[in-house]
Design a protein around this ligand. Sequence first.
Ligand code: NAD
Length: 252
Amino acid sequence: MYRERLELTDRVAVVTGGSRGIGLAVVTALVEFGARVVIADVLDEAGEASAASFPDGRVSYVHLDVTDAGAVERTFADIAQRHGSIDVLVTSAGIANHQPSLELEREAWDRVLAVNATGTFWCAREAARHMQDRGGSIVAIGSMSGELANAPQRQAAYNASKGAVHLAVKSLAIEFAEQGIRVNAVAPGYVGTELTKQGVPDQWWDDWVRRTPMGRLGAPEEIGSLVAFLASDAASYMTGSVVLIDGGYAAW
Ligand code: NAD
């Protein structure tokens, strides 16, 4: 009974930001539990290649910029029509910004909020529209940065965007509970992906590891297994939760 409840056999899942990194690990986990997955991303070449690496056409790719509300609406409607349903949504599309607040330009603030917060909300809303009749599970990739202002980097826009994701998740969980739609967030600590590698001084990595009780960064697969659990019926009494997965970083 417990093992069965982890199964996602033939459920249709959409993973935004699934071309690489945490999103791609989530795709892999969902496929292993039996789901059919649509990757929705702007990184077309990587997304197409990632989709093609799974057997039997279980994973497909669609170009979607989550900041384009009209495109989000059209894409989710199209996926629901082509696949018959949307049962699971995982929002992993996200960007970072490490400029100190006094140097941050308005455009950069707007962009981070648009991708991480507004994009997540709009995708969740549109997925829920297609889950109304049969229920579903929405898992947003938030961050421990939605709960605390981590150091040494300066990232007020990123932190604010993830705080918004966490509270949007709790709000949507309440709104959609009656329709059998569960909405949760996963809040990772530092995970080794392009996001944490690009333009980041070595000294930050050393600092991140030093401040993490487990003494290492997380692997994308470690986030993938938690997301698969939350997506499944094994988490049937969980909604409105923000689950930290951070090697103990926030436990200090
Ligand atoms: P990543 O850069 O490897 O992956 C992010 C993906 O999002 C990319 O495929 C990118 O093309 C896609 N994306 C960006 N803007 C988009 C847009 N407008 N529309 C559609 N797709 C878009 O980074 P990652 O580390 O895998 O991050 C995934 C998520 O996890 C992000 O939301 C990030 O904030 C969150 N997160 C990451 C860490 C970490 O340490 N890596 C920690 C906490 C939270």
